[in-house]
Design a protein around this ligand. Structure first.
Ligand code: URP
Ligand code: ZN
Ligand code: ZN
Length: 465
């Protein structure tokens, strides 16, 4: 099957131009202008006039079916990847979980079993390490060889995912040998737990206090600490879901002194604030960690994106229904499952707030939602690029069309939206995954199981720093 996407404005991280893209089978076969006039034929032509043609977006931080706080994130690989496709995302990288006492292999196998045959777009895995010991350290090398080269560790969530500094340093040393990447959830969990317990003891149990307990400095301190540990181990480190200016300062200083420090932020930290947490128990809809911050942090994050102190915008998609799941935390904010739905809305929110809002260029938008994640997570130029030979993961994007975000119309399997009623400018008209149109004009035309596991390489982190 040959598909010609004609007359669009091709937008990449490097520049934009009017042109045509020919897809042959699963890959991009030719890029040029006036290809039909040059004799190029296709089985189908998609007229992209007035619209952008961008590489499919890549979300490198999702949690489909994550067990958390006595329940599970609601989206399965099928429902979550389908919702992602509606929003212009053609690859997700999800976090396989090693439960305490388990081998990494067991966790990875479990995640493969969940995703294989169900996912509608391509996918990869990072590995969450809950135990660092001689066995799991040895297993890390094997996972890198199998295309799972990144390992997430936590300075948060004591008793669940938390690792102490020695464990983190050992895992870093191991990636120094196998070429992998350590991803860090950087908040000082033990200290947060003390503040949270004091608040609850004082009767401050509403979701707002989830945000109050997790001081920005607790994120800044942990971010600086893990970056310093990575510098000592001489390995790259990637800070996930960065929310606070204090943490951004730590990343910026590290990058200024030449460290291989990278970071992502998420739409919730760019568009939502502590005010959203403050509406009685409704605020539970906005409980995630790190928490939403006061609005001053938002503009600093946008500046970080402009200046490349932040390289990626992912979602940390981790949806729990308000009814029956978030409600587990009524009377004690510590029991609200942490996480927000976002996988469907990231691309449009970033286009609206970033490009239409004049904060970033459309090329930088493509970079932070697609190209930079592809490069940092070992998928470039197969993904994240419009280039001959790259996978035909392409989106025909209408930069003018508006839509109103709502739980009534979204495809994520969750009973609320954090952005209910917000109008955004920009929407995906046609979404193609490896040459197959999976969404066209709001209708799903993909297939359960179309998505393939993408074994990923390690990246040249020193060059990307
Ligand atoms: O609140 C969050 N972020 N939930 C998902 C788990 C994690 O820490 O990424
Ligand atoms: Zn995390
Ligand atoms: Zn996460």
């Amino acid at each position: 099957m040959r598909t010609l996407i004609a007359n669009g404005t091709i937008v990449t991280a490097d520049g934009s131009w009017r042109g045509d893209v020919l897809v042959d089978g699963e890959v991009i076969a030719q890029i040029g202008s006036e290809l039909p006039a040059a004799g190029v034929t296709a089985d189908e032509t998609i007229d992209a006039a007035g619209r952008y043609v961008i590489p499919g977006a890549i979300d490198v931080h999702t949690h489909m079916e994550l067990p958390f706080g006595g329940t599970f994130a609601k989206d399965t690989f099928e429902t979550g990847s389908r919702a992602a496709a509606f929003g212009g995302t053609t690859t997700i990288v999800d976090f396989a979980v090693q439960s305490k006492g388990q081998a990494l292999r067991a966790g990875l196998d479990t995640w493969h079993a969940k995703a294989e045959g169900t996912t509608v777009i391509d996918y990869g895995f990072h590995m969450i390490m809950s135990d660092v010991n001689d066995d799991t350290l040895a297993e890390m090398d094997q996972l890198v060889a199998e295309g799972v080269p990144d390992f997430k560790l936590f300075t948060a969530y004591p008793g669940v995912f938390f690792s102490d500094d020695a464990a983190i340093f050992r895992a870093m040393q191991q990636t120094g040998k196998n070429g992998g990447l350590i991803m860090m959830h950087a908040e000082n969990g033990p200290v947060i737990d003390i503040v949270a317990a004091d608040l609850v003891a004082a009767g401050k149990t509403d979701p707002l206090y989830h945000g109050i307990a997790r001081y920005p400095v607790f994120e800044g301190e942990a971010t600086n600490r893990v970056i310093r540990l990575a510098e000592a181990a001489q390995v790259p480190v990637y800070i996930v879901h960065l929310s606070a200016a204090d943490a951004l300062d730590a990343v910026r200083h590290a990058r200024d002194r030449g460290s291989m420090a990278f970071a992502e932020t998420c739409p919730q930290y760019l568009f939502l604030s502590l005010d959203d947490l403050g509406n009685g128990f409704e605020g539970a809809k906005f409980v995630c960690s790190p928490p939403l911050r006061t609005p001053e942090h938002q503009e600093q994050l946008w500046t970080g994106l402009r200046k490349d102190d932040l390289q990626v915008v992912s979602t940390d998609h981790c949806p729990f229904d308000f009814h029956g799941q978030k409600e587990l935390g009524r009377g004690d904010f510590r029991k609200v499952p942490n996480g927000l739905p976002a996988v469907e809305d990231r691309v449009d929110l970033l286009h609206d707030g970033g490009v239409v809002g004049g904060r970033i260029s459309k090329e930088r938008w493509v970079d932070v939602i697609s190209t930079a994640p592809a490069k940092l997570f070992g998928m470039y130029p197969r993904k994240g690029a419009i280039a001959v030979g790259s996978d035909a993961d392409l989106v025909v994007y209408d930069p003018e069309r508006t839509r109103v975000i709502s739980a009534a119309t979204h495809h994520m399997n969750v009973d609320y939206s954090c952005y209910e009623g917000r109008e955004v400018q920009g929407a995906s008209d046609v979404v193609m995954s490896r040459g197959t149109v999976v969404v066209r004009d709001g209708t799903f035309s993909g297939r359960k199981g179309h998505g393939q596991f993408i074994p990923r390489a390690t990246a040249d982190y020193a060059r990307l720093a």
